[in-house]
Design a protein around this ligand. Sequence first.
Ligand SMILES: CC(C)(COP(=O)(O)OP(=O)(O)OC[C@H]1O[C@@H](n2cnc3c(N)ncnc32)[C@H](O)[C@@H]1OP(=O)(O)O)[C@@H](O)C(=O)NCCC(=O)NCCS
Length: 214
Amino acid sequence: MKHELSDQLRLRHVEPSDHERIVAVIDRWWGGRPMSCRLSHVFFVHFQPTSFIIECDGELFGFLLGFVSQTTPGEAYVHFVGVHPDYRHLGLGRRLYGRFCTVVGLLGCQTVRCHTAPQNGLSIAFHSALGFDVDPGDDVIDGVSVWRDYAGAGEHRVRFVKRLSFAMPQERHSAWEVFNACLAETRAADERPAAATHACAVVAPQSPPTASGW
Ligand SMILES: CC(C)(COP(=O)(O)OP(=O)(O)OC[C@H]1O[C@@H](n2cnc3c(N)ncnc32)[C@H](O)[C@@H]1OP(=O)(O)O)[C@@H](O)C(=O)NCCC(=O)NCCS
């Protein structure tokens, strides 16, 4: 059953206690694929500034887990994005990516990467709609370019890449600064009337890049 989105929608950073909640639903959200074993607690402890959930009245509606590359600092990577099956096609996945891109833009990233299984047509359609390009691989499955054995033997993957159109911030911010600015914004939003609580603005020490197109 599809639902309307409530004014009580809240987008916030993940907390360690969210791990268990997501483990409880992720296999079902992925259509029965065993994904929970790949959901590391590490994201909920060490990647809080770049990982988010959307919830409403305590119910989990969606989540995105990502990080800034340690190897290539101008790049960010999304490990998982998922939306409750009853709340799909309402723009929540787009909204999660929008917040992620705003934050990693503030951290100096201009490129976002992710990958998905070639069988996951929904994910391919979603990322294509969000402006991701397929990073050409070494084989083609079902008309899509893939990287063979990318995630292990027989585990081929479609790699996606998106160049952010953000103007670079004049000054780069540390993850800690951005995290604290976001937490302050979330707290302020919680204190505002309900209609304003799903604003995705990020308060930052300098003018944030605009998230045009999200
Ligand atoms: C992929 C997923 C996160 C999309 O979330 P969502 O909230 O439904 O997506 P949105 O409503 O923000 O859709 C954004 C765009 O993606 C496209 N899209 C989303 N679902 C689609 C579908 N089933 N078929 C075709 N296009 C789709 C649409 O073009 C949409 O743009 P529009 O609203 O302008 O039409 C969600 O379907 C999901 O959780 N799937 C299972 C988990 C998964 O496979 N995650 C991705 C791999 S990590």
